[in-house]
Design a protein around this ligand. Structure first.
Ligand SMILES: [Zn+2]
Length: 78
């Protein structure tokens, strides 16, 4: 089985300290840059129906805070 061109590119970016999705410099995370990691997290939250982390609740805090959006903003506008 041969490794695909895309997978080889991703592995090269990870080895060079870059994002495996867009190629930008990584800061806090292992594979993706901060904007890609946040967009990935938001997408997974929509898919699984989970809510963002809140202080005093379960789980470890995210390394990079995600921007407040969705219901929190809707409450203010109403
Ligand atoms: Zn990226």
């Amino acid at each position: 089985m041969t490794t695909s061109r895309q997978y080889r590119w991703q592995q090269k970016q990870i080895a060079e300290g870059r994002c495996a999705r867009c190629g930008a410099k990584r800061k806090h995370y292992t594979i993706l840059c901060d904007p890609c990691q946040i967009s990935n997290r938001v997408r997974q939250q929509e898919r699984s129906g989970t809510k963002p982390w809140h202080k005093g609740k379960r789980g470890r805090p995210p390394k990079v805070q995600q921007p407040v959006q969705g219901r929190a903003q809707d409450k203010h506008s109403q």
